[in-house]
Design a protein around this ligand. Structure first.
Ligand SMILES: NC(=O)c1ccc[n+]([C@@H]2O[C@H](COP(=O)([O-])OP(=O)(O)OC[C@H]3O[C@@H](n4cnc5c(N)ncnc54)[C@H](OP(=O)(O)O)[C@@H]3O)[C@@H](O)[C@H]2O)c1
Length: 268
C-alpha cells in the first residue's frame, strides 16, 4: 500500500486526509505538511497523521498530493520538484495549473495527475475529475481514483477540460450555497421565519438533487412535473427568465473558467 503525503494541508488537503481516514486508509500511511507549525499541530491532534517537513515527506511517501494555493505552487515546486524520487506519483489539486506546470520542476518522466475535487468530499459526496499528464499511465489514473472514490464520484476527463470542470463542479458548491442563501431571503420576504425558510429550502435542495441523480431524468422533465399550466411555478419561472438568470449562469461560469486560465498564466 502506498504512503500519501499531502503537501500543504489546508482546507482541501484536510478534506482529502479526513476522507481517506473515513475510508479506512491506515493513518500510518498518511503524511501532512504545513507552512505554519500551529496548523501542523492541529492536523496531528485532529487526525493522528504524521506531520513532517516537505523535505522529510519526500523521503517517506510514494504519492505527493499538492494542495497549496496555485500562487504558492511555484515556490513549493522550485524547492522540492527536482528532489522528487524517480517513480513517484505527483497529484495536483491546484485549480488552473496544468500538469505541464509541474513537469517543468520535476525530474524527466515523473507522472503527474491533475485532479479537481470539491468540498462535498467532507460528506463523501465530492465530484472529482481526474486527468492524466504526459507521463501518467492507466495505473496512475487508477491509483488517483482509488484515493478519491471514497470521497464521492470520480470521472476521467481530458486535461483540456479541467478549467471548465473547475468552473462547474470545483466552484459549483458555492453557486448552490448562494442560491440557498438568496431563496432563504425570498422566504423571509414572504413572511417565513429565517429558520423555517432555511429548513424548507435545504431539504428541497437535497430532495431535488437526489431525484436528479436517482431518476436519471433530464432536468427539464423533472421541472415540467412541477410546472402546471397557469400555475404558481410558471409565474416564478417567467420572472427567472425576465431577469436572465440562465444568461447570468452562462456568463458566471465563463468568468470562472477565464479566471482559472489567468491563474495558470500568473503562476508561470
Ligand atoms: N477550497 C476548495 O473548495 C477547493 C476546491 C478544489 C480545489 N481547490 C484547490 O486546492 C488548493 C488549496 O486550496 P485551499 O482552499 O485548501 O487553500 P488553503 O486552505 O490555503 O490550503 C493551502 C495550505 O497550504 C499551505 N502551504 C502553502 N505553501 C506551503 C509550503 N511551501 N509548504 C507547506 N504548506 C504550504 C498553506 O499554509 P498557510 O496556512 O500558511 O497559508 C495552507 O495551509 C488550491 O490550489 C485550490 O485551487 C480548492
Amino acid at each position: 500500500m502506498n504512503t500519501i503525503a499531502v503537501l500543504g494541508a489546508g482546507k482541501i488537503g484536510e478534506v482529502m486526509l479526513s476522507g481517506l481516514l473515513r475510508a479506512g486508509w491506515p493513518v500510518g500511511r498518511l503524511i501532512a505538511t504545513a507552512r505554519r507549525p500551529e496548523r501542523g499541530r492541529e492536523l496531528a491532534e485532529r487526525y493522528g497523521v504524521r506531520v513532517l517537513s516537505n523535505e522529510a515527506a519526500l523521503a517517506e511517501a510514494d504519492v505527493f498530493a499538492i494542495a497549496v494555493k496555485p500562487q504558492d505552487a511555484g515556490t513549493l515546486m522550485a524547492e522540492l520538484g527536482p528532489k522528487v524520487p524517480a517513480g513517484k506519483l505527483v497529484i495536483s489539486l491546484c485549480a488552473g495549473l496544468p500538469t505541464a506546470f509541474f513537469a517543468k520542476y520535476l525530474p524527466q518522466g515523473t507522472p503527474v495527475v491533475r485532479v479537481m475535487t470539491n468540498t462535498p468530499a467532507l460528506v463523501d459526496e465530492a465530484m472529482t475529475a481526474i486527468s492524466a499528464g504526459e507521463h501518467a499511465t492507466a495505473a496512475h489514473l487508477a491509483l488517483a481514483e482509488e484515493l478519491f472514490t471514497p470521497l464521492g464520484r470520480t470521472l476521467r476527463v481530458p486535461e483540456s477540460q479541467q478549467d471548465a470542470v473547475t468552473a462547474l463542479s470545483g466552484s459549483g458548491p458555492a453557486y448552490f450555497y448562494y442560491l440557498v442563501e438568496a431563496m432563504t431571503d425570498a422566504g423571509i420576504l414572504l413572511g417565513l421565519p429565517r429558520q423555517v425558510a432555511h429548513d424548507l429550502i435545504v431539504q428541497t435542495a437535497i430532495g431535488s438533487a437526489v431525484m436528479l441523480r436517482e431518476s436519471g431524468e433530464h432536468p427539464v422533465k423533472l421541472r415540467e412535473a412541477v410546472t402546471s399550466p397557469a400555475g404558481t411555478t410558471i409565474s416564478a419561472i417567467r420572472e427567472l427568465e425576465n431577469h436572465r438568470v440562465r444568461a447570468a449562469l452562462l456568463a458566471a461560469l465563463e468568468a470562472a473558467r477565464d479566471r482559472a486560465q489567468e491563474i495558470a498564466a500568473d503562476a508561470r
